[in-house]
Design a protein. Structure first.
Length: 355
């Protein structure tokens, strides 16, 4: 009874760390391993530009920082903005005075104290003033400045992020003078990453709309689907370039980084697939662990480990999965927690020797 309790306690502790799954039949093609470059499409990057000449007073963000759409990114002091805003404030006051004068002219006209021509002249002057004010207000609005909030002239021009993402690069040092339309920084949208795989002409021409692959990033494989065969050959490697879209990528990923990629090409055959984490070297052979089918009396069943190794033959690796022989489709196996199962079996075997 004591031996049974000593064996049962670690089994109960390990049980929460062990995951079981069923082997599945999946298509397996010719696996090609190649280099790939992480990239993004041009519409996934935005450059923040000054739009006005001025002096870079301060940055509200730094390289690598996450920003949301509408966040402040940079402050520029602009003499041109100072002139525009001063002119707008002046036009606003002049327009206010012109409206009052027009109102007075209308009253005098009704009393016959002024002519129609004089009234028309006041109307033209007022409309001209309002038109100039409106034009300046429109320019200020396009710069992200609400004209109606201006109380006095200002030279402070704040730029905002047009989309959420990561600050990729800051092009202009702090306290630099910049011209209108000068790029200040880039913001990278992290919602979509792509991989450009470099393949031989023979393999590239076998790629179809059904082609899939796995891109390795920081030791983990991420699924990728075919997008298109790019029209030009890479001049340095003389290899074809194939664009794949990456699925469920990590948040922090380095654009233009080179990594490894596995691509599955036609023709496809059906294979029994398991999670790669299920494989383990046990007594010199590749095995997966399955639940033990106990036979014998109840005492022997108590002392035996609930799992046993089953020898398999590795056919091919595909991303986070592996194709094997030796296990049937639908058969249950330990997918995670192999280390704990090994420990359990070792404790069980030690218990048997001591029996």
């Amino acid at each position: 009874m004591t031996k049974y309790l000593l064996l049962l306690l670690p089994m109960l502790a390990f049980s929460n760390q062990i995951t079981m799954e069923h082997a599945q039949i999946k298509p397996l093609g010719k696996i090609v391993k190649t280099n790939a470059q992480i990239t993004q499409l041009s519409d996934q990057k935005q450059k923040i530009v000054s739009r006005l000449p001025g002096h870079v007073e301060s940055y509200f963000v730094k390289t690598g920082q996450q920003v949301k759409e509408g966040d402040k990114v940079v402050l520029i002091n602009s003499i041109e903005l100072s002139k525009m805003s001063a002119e707008y404030v002046a036009f606003r006051e002049q327009a206010k005075a012109a409206k009052e004068q027009l109102s007075t002219a209308k009253k005098l006209y009704k009393k016959g104290l002024t002519s129609q021509n004089e009234l028309n002249q006041k109307i033209i002057e007022t409309e001209d003033m309002l038109s100039k004010q409106s034009a300046l207000a429109s320019q200020l609005t396009s710069l992200g400045i609400k004209a109606s909030d201006l109380k006095s002239a200002t030279d402070k021009f704040i730029l905002y992020a047009h989309a959420s993402g990561i600050v990729g690069e800051i092009f202009v040092p702090l306290h630099s003078n910049v011209n209108a339309e000068a790029p200040l920084m880039s913001i990278v949208n992290q919602n979509g990453y792509y991989a450009i795989a470099y393949l031989s002409m023979e393999d590239a021409l076998k790629v179809t709309a059904k082609t899939t692959g796995f891109v390795t990033v920081a030791g983990k494989a991420y699924a990728a689907h075919f997008v298109q065969l790019l029209p030009t050959i890479d001049e340095e490697t003389q290899r074809a370039k194939v664009l794949f879209t990456m699925i469920d990528t990590p948040k922090n990923i380095l654009i233009n980084a080179f990594t490894q990629m596995e691509i599955s090409l036609e023709p496809y055959t059906e294979a029994v697939m398991l999670k790669k984490s299920a494989l383990s070297l046990f007594q010199g052979e590749w095995v997966v662990f399955v639940e033990t089918e106990h036979e014998g009396d109840e005492h022997e069943e108590h002392e035996a480990a609930p799992y046993e190794p089953k020898v398999v033959k590795v056919i091919a690796y595909s991303g986070n999965e592996v194709a094997v022989e030796g296990l049937e489709a639908g058969e249950e196996y330990v997918s995670d927690g192999v280390y704990f199962v090994k420990s359990m079996i070792l404790k069980s075997s030690l218990g048997e020797h001591g029996h």
